[in-house]
Write a protein that binds this ligand. Structure first.
Ligand SMILES: Cc1cc2nc3c(=O)[nH]c(=O)nc-3n(C[C@H](O)[C@H](O)[C@H](O)COP(=O)(O)OP(=O)(O)OC[C@H]3O[C@@H](n4cnc5c(N)ncnc54)[C@H](O)[C@@H]3O)c2cc1C
Length: 221
């Protein structure tokens, strides 16, 4: 049985920074995460995307932010159970807790902090009949390495921050970027919407709104 002061479920930025704050109070932490590496969405979904809304950092790559968080908490020597999902939470008679993972690891602590974010990551796939035929053959649900799009013609479907951020970023990387969104209004940050509009006016992004991707044709390569 692993013994600690605080059991943290989730090694995303929230869980990692909780280690720092707890450390200042002289409390030890043990972090459990289903993913094999720390960093949550930043490490798993967009390690090479720049983030612009972190105080004190005009721009920082998501992967670099995770590295910095890990460096910042190193001094407090947190324990890690990575690649393990927390499945049971049991409160003991003395008010302490035992969390058990799917691999049978048991962690005992005085408090549990749930920093599980959105939980496990599953893409919300559009209902396009043959989309599975093209997965990892041109159809991606997140951008792990933007360099893989260098010199290519890219179509991005969506209207939130992710679609806008990647459209802006890939405008300088890809040969051509087309953004397709089913409404005329975007859900993302106003500043990003304005940047996309500007890139469209400069001819660097093609914009199709209101429009929806309803079919995919390709040679399967
Ligand atoms: C493509 C994309 C771009 C983004 N860009 C930005 C941006 O530019 N700026 C910005 O501020 N935000 C951005 N976000 C949002 C940001 O990533 C999230 O707000 C942030 O990751 C939340 O951090 P978190 O630590 O709360 O949760 P998460 O990062 O979701 O981490 C939660 C962790 O908990 C783990 N977990 C959940 N349940 C369990 C369990 N039962 N057992 C074990 N582990 C568990 C998960 O595996 C995960 O690692 C973006 C998101 C995406 C998808």
């Amino acid at each position: 049985m692993i013994k600690t002061d605080i059991i943290i479920i989730g090694a995303g930025p929230t869980g990692l920074f909780a280690v720092f704050e707890a450390g200042l109070l002289k409390l030890r932490c043990h972090i459990i995460d289903a993913l094999p590496q720390p960093g949550g969405q930043l490490a798993e979904l967009y390690p090479k995307k720049p983030i612009f809304d972190i105080p004190g950092f005009p721009s920082v790559m998501a992967g670099e932010l995770v590295d910095n968080l890990m460096e910042q908490i190193k001094q407090f020597q947190p324990g890690f159970s990575l690649g393990e999902t927390a499945v049971h939470l049991n409160k003991q008679e003395d008010g302490t807790f035992i969390v058990e993972t799917n691999r049978g690891t048991k962690v005992h602590g005085k408090a549990v902090a749930i920093a599980g974010g959105l939980g496990t990551f599953e893409p919300r796939k559009p209902t396009i009949e043959n989309i599975a035929d093209f997965e990892e053959k041109g159809v991606e649900y997140f951008v792990k390495n933007p360099e893989s799009f260098r010199g290519k013609r890219v179509v991005i479907a969506g209207g939130g921050d992710s679609a806008l951020d990647w459209s802006i970023f890939l405008a300088d990387v890809a040969d051509e970027v087309t953004l397709v969104h089913r409404r005329n209004e975007f859900r993302g940050a106003l500043d990003s919407v304005e940047k996309v509009q500007k890139l469209k006016d400069e001819g660097k992004i093609k914009l199709h709104t209101p429009a929806e991707v309803v079919a995919i044709n390709g040679n399967g390569k």
